[in-house]
Design a protein around this ligand. Sequence first.
Ligand code: NAP
Length: 531
Amino acid sequence: MSIQTLSSFVQDSWVPGQGALASLFNPATEEELARTGTGGIDFGAALEYARKSGQALRELTFAERGAALRALSKMLHGHRDELIGLAIQNGGNTRSDAKFDIDGAIATLAHYGDLGAGLGSLRVLRDGDAVQLGRTARYAGIHFWSPREGVAVHINAFNFPAWGMAEKLATALLAGMPVISKPATSSALVAFRAAQLCVEAKALPPGTLSFLCGSSGDLLDRLNPNDVVAFTGGAQTAEKLRGQLAPRGVRLNVEADSLNSALLGPDVEPGSPSWDIFVADVARDITQKAGQKCTATRRIFVPQERISAVQEALIERLSTVKVGDPAVAEVTMGPLATRDQLRDIKAGLARLRAEATSVFGGEGTVVPLSADPSKGFFIGPTLLLCSSPHAAVALHRDEVFGPAATLCPLQPGSASEQAREAALLIKRGGGSLVCSVFSDDRAFLSEAVLGLASAHGRVYLGSEKVAGQTFGPGTVLPQLVHGGPGHAGGGEELGGLRGMAFYSQRTALQGDRALLDAIVPAAAPAAAPTI
Ligand code: NAP
């Protein structure tokens, strides 16, 4: 059987991979699925073409840009099953994991489509209210956001080939910037097909969407201060990009590693609704997408007196996980995405075991279901217990990007003391994407939230009141910001219209108030932006 060669889409043409090609595999069987590469692409010409296309995008109203995003969402939805199939093949995703990625992409594009519709005929966005600057109200000042006149380069991680691409595309295109999107090569099959579908939808002005399937070549060295780069991936790559882009004055948003935590309040009794949400959320985060989620819970903080009950409840859940070929319906957790991930996770687990004990899953060794045990990048779920989290180092430093999490006891004390101790330990992670807190005690929650906020992009409160309504802390919603300080990269994406700020220039405008209102009309109150 001949192996498919994937193409890139530049200057409105599909260019098949040339030169040295990288291989894409099925991580359950190690079968080669496709090859790709960007050899032969003239990155300078591709960039110039994309930059020029921005004019047509900027001339569209927000409603027109939103309609284009809605059309992309509809196109992907129409090919949902095909995309799910590709994610199972190339990403090691179970059907449920694949739906999480694909449906996330479809929903995020639709959400930004609706935001565009709400802004109607506007092309630029007011920021806040007008302020009086002179003796009378006639002399005033406003702020507004307009699209940057460059290209938005998007570099995505392997774990969410559809959603990662769509969430960046949606925000940039609604803001009015053309995009060059690059998926991680190892899992690019889904992104490649999604890009083909977006092109086939013919919804966007020509040139405003380019797609690089393989290395970014010398593209980044050609960027200028009008361009921006939104990156999702590992901290080491982020460090390289910072060094490469800062001297060129290129704006960079980084979404990187994160040591997310879950915190159980001392008021939560085993078997209560809040307890059940906690156990379900933590167990889901360990196993969903084989733990390859940037938002997955890695550290679990629990009052000392609840440790054995939590351990027992989590082990009961983890014992039901069926690791194997994700193409088989009864399998609930697939393999890791690549051989390198398997190697890195085993090494990370060994570092954790130097300061914690494995209470479930040992070293992660597993006999996969319906799969050749000599092939594939399989690892079993692992739960560790670290009895001295204050003394631990790797626990708070190393993101083990797989199906593993570590339980940590909080010392006996009042609810307030435990909230403060937890915040101290959690902040040893150096800044994270999300922390989930499970409690029905308002005073405890308030102390925990205010203690955690500065080190987190998002705090999720799980309690009886929201039972049955939440998607869990691991789900990134387009309405809320995604990103985290420090270790997590310091970036911020999404958050409704807030995400557009990265792709825009904020300008202060002062003069006659009537003139300001005519040049930059305010949005209807219902759609008034907060960015
Ligand atoms: P990675 O190895 O850093 O790769 C990420 C992306 O960067 C890929 O598209 C990769 O392309 C590209 N890349 C690598 N070196 C580059 C360079 N010198 N210049 C330009 N592009 C370069 O990360 P990964 O293994 O795909 O993803 C795993 C990591 O991502 C985890 O640490 C996870 O926490 C993080 N992540 C974070 C978030 C978040 O939102 N914070 C979300 C998902 C994942 P190639 O594949 O072609 O090498």
